[in-house]
Design a protein around this ligand. Structure first.
Ligand SMILES: [Zn+2]
Length: 201
């Protein structure tokens, strides 16, 4: 199959029409007129470094309205690489804390936890904004022949952040797949304090 090429509408260079490098539509309001322009990853980086994309709800630091504690959303290396299409080396320069997992993750109990907002920033830079991350997820899922894990959103994200923060305060990590944790995160079932007190021993 021949590769088809298309032009970036800013730098005018040619890129494949498919895959990670393809130019993606970006709304530009500062190049004379409003309009959608197909931009390559380099040109998208320039746009988004001048016009920063806002942090989505529950990804940056916030106060939980239910239990009134400050939440620092953190994710594991495994989650960061799977959900944001990153490689281990992309996370090397990011700060992390190391905590003890209640259940081994890939055979180890010591888990590195990264600030999710910094992971998102890294992925946005690497792929050229949220639209670039979405494109990378499509490309990766096509490669591996299955859906990519997506970061949780809405109330599921709030519950994950809340219960995770309570364990992190005890320097523990409770994997979201533990039955009691999963039940709380996905369905809001169970008493938060009872779950934490039962597991954090
Ligand atoms: Zn370009």
């Amino acid at each position: 199959m021949p590769t088809n090429f298309t032009q970036c509408q800013d730098c005018k260079l040619q890129f494949p029409t498919k895959g990670l490098e393809r130019p993606l539509p970006v709304r530009l309001g500062w190049i004379g007129e409003f309009g959608i322009h197909d931009l390559c990853v380099e040109c998208r980086r320039k746009v988004y470094s001048a016009y920063k994309e806002p942090c989505p709800p529950g990804v940056g630091v916030y106060i939980d309205t239910k239990i009134k504690i400050r939440i620092f959303p953190r994710i594991t290396l495994t989650e960061a690489t799977a959900q944001y299409c990153l490689l281990d080396r992309h996370l090397e320069e990011l700060p992390y804390i190391q905590v003890h997992a209640l259940e081994a993750v890939n055979g180890v109990y010591e888990v590195k936890m990264y600030e999710e907002r910094l992971v998102l920033e890294k992925a946005r830079w690497l792929y050229g904004g949220d639209i670039g991350i979405d494109n990378a997820r499509d490309a990766f899922s096509w490669q591996k022949g299955g859906a990519i894990d997506l970061p949780p959103v809405g109330v599921v994200r709030e519950r994950r952040n809340r219960i995770r923060q309570m364990f992190l305060q005890r320097e523990l990590f409770a994997p979201s797949k533990l039955p009691a944790i999963q039940c709380y995160i996905e369905n809001g079932r169970g008493d938060l304090w009872e779950i934490v007190n039962a597991l954090a021993v």
